[in-house]
Design a protein around this ligand. Structure first.
Ligand code: UD1
Ligand code: CA
Length: 471
């Protein structure tokens, strides 16, 4: 049977001490709420309604951009979880199926758990879990199989606080009695709030069924109320993603230090060395090796590439067989064709290196093309910015760029040309030409000694140990 889902996301998240609403705090680069809504949709929810309140504009904007199909309901004052669900009455008025309720701060919830709750018969099905440290959670007070009550920690007696079975905040209710019951709950409790779990009391009075479902996996239902728990939840999610990669054929060294965001794709037979960050929509094709200490965002790395340690990449494309690092910084629009390579302390931006092109050391390549099999010497810089606009440098194929060449863009270098080391290239270089743009060397025989003598005297004078000076 189908079901609809209400996600509670109106709270401020006081314990986060943040300007940002709690549910927008990220786990692996995605807001917590993203995971909750995604799990609900994956579980087959017909509709997802998110209750927004605190900084609603931000939450609504996030939802519009990521889940346009999701509806929102506004809770103007955060009077409690029961009050929050009650705001959905109108939207669910004629609905007689099951309503699943999820907390926006339970990001690890799995679609399986949602399905289990939604498909268990009962007017109120509550997912519970056991944990050694139940601090902060509502406790489930049982009599055998039956649930007698759910009591919030702040309202619990010392004995009740010892109970280790907790309310996960994940429920499935029959829609019609739920909204009737929400009219009857009160806020006579330690927090002065309308508690959703109090629906249980009303259901018991009306003789409706309350059914607990105990999950063995506490981790998946942990609530995130502060940044310490946020880090714990992120670490669980990270483990899940890394394990999925491992089982799909990716070798991961030092896996506890490999951070992979959920939209990243890594193909089988890739080898990853931690510590490592893979972010955004990064794609890594099979047979590629990525060394440790790399931070790679929104980049495409083709088959059989080598990324050595300490590389930073954003919006870069490496075609099959390209390589970079150690210590390369590849910025947006960088394209390394097959067999091309950039090495240590090389920065690139909108640089297109054709097949077999190489820039191995200490170089800046911005707004340029480097032709097939061209070699760029150490210390080369494309001077692309004149203070007003960016200009391109076009370097042909089989060019030998001497060390420490400066290209004052816009400028073109023809195929097969050579630039002499230390040249400042301001004009186009024809095919096969040698461009020398530096002053000619002059040798003065024996002059070194007189230069040294002059320097020695000057130093003595500065120290004040010259007798003529002291008199
Ligand atoms: C809640 C449960 C507790 C359970 C725990 C599981 C209640 C009263 N308590 O406690 O039994 O063990 O979750 O994690 O339900 N929210 C609103 N509007 C409000 C208040 C809260 O939308 O007026 C939202 C919050 O943004 C949050 C969620 O509801 O996403 C839960 O609220 P929170 O204050 O975190 O409840 P807990 O104290 O964790
Ligand atoms: Ca919570």
């Amino acid at each position: 049977m189908g079901f609809k889902t209400v996600v509670l996301a109106a709270g401020k998240g006081t314990r986060f001490k943040s300007e940002l609403p709690k549910v927008l705090h990220p786990i692996l680069g995605k807001p917590m709420l993203w995971y909750v809504v995604k799990a609900a949709l994956e579980a087959g929810s017909e509709e997802v309604i998110v209750v927004v309140g605190h900084k609603r504009e931000l939450v609504e904007e996030f939802l519009r951009e990521n889940f346009p199909q999701v509806k929102t309901v506004y809770q103007s004052r955060q009077l409690g979880t029961g009050h929050a669900v009650a705001q959905c009455r109108e939207l669910l008025e004629n609905y007689s199926g099951k309503v699943v309720v999820l907390n926006g701060d339970t990001p690890l919830v799995r679609p399986e758990d949602i399905k289990a709750v939604a498909s268990t018969p009962g007017d109120m099905v509550v997912l519970t879990a056991k944990t050694e440290d139940p601090t902060g959670y509502g406790r489930v007070v049982r009599d055998g199989n039956a649930v007698l009550k759910i009591v919030e920690e702040k309202d619990a007696t010392p004995e009740e606080r010892l109970i280790t079975e907790i309310n996960t905040g994940i429920y499935a209710f029959s829609a019609e009695p739920l909204f009737r019951a929400l009219e009857q709950i009160d806020n006579n409790n330690a927090q002065g709030e309308y508690y959703l779990p109090d629906v249980l009391k009303v259901f018991q009075k009306e003789g409706l069924s309350v059914v607990p479902v105990l999950t063995s996996d506490f981790e998946s239902v942990m609530g995130v109320n502060n940044r310490h728990q946020l880090a714990a939840a992120e670490s669980v999610m990270r483990d899940r993603i890394v394990k999925e990669l491992q089982l799909s054929g990716v070798t991961v060294h030092n896996p506890q230090t490999v951070y992979v965001e959920p939209d990243v794709t890594v193909e089988p037979d890739v080898e990853l060395f931690g510590p490592l960050y893979l972010r955004g929509k990064t794609v890594i094709k099979k047979g590629t090796v990525v060394g440790p200490f790399c931070d790679i965002r929104d980049s495409f790395i083709g088959e059989g590439c080598t990324v050595e340690s300490h590389c930073w990449m954003s919006g870069a494309t490496l075609k099959g067989g390209a390589s970079c690092g150690p210590f390369s910084r590849l910025r947006e629009g960088t394209v390394l064709e097959g067999g091309s390579r950039v090495g240590s302390f090389v920065e690139t931006k909108k640089a297109h290196l054709k097949e077999g092109a190489k820039a191995n050391h200490l170089t800046y390549l911005g707004d340029c093309t480097v032709g097939e099999n061209t070699n760029v010497g150490a210390g080369t810089i494309t001077c692309n910015y004149d203070g007003f606009a960016k200009w391109r440098t076009e370097i042909g194929r089989n060019v030998f760029v001497g060390s420490n060449t400066l290209f004052i863009a816009p400028v073109k270098v023809g195929d097969g040309a050579i630039t002499a080391a230390g040249s400042v290239i301001t004009r186009d270089v024809p095919d096969n030409a040698l461009a020398v743009a530096r002053s000619k060397q002059v040798n003065y025989p024996g002059k070194a000694e007189s230069v040294r003598e002059k320097a020695r005297k000057r130093a003595e004078e500065a120290r004040g140990d010259n007798p003529r000076q002291n008199s």
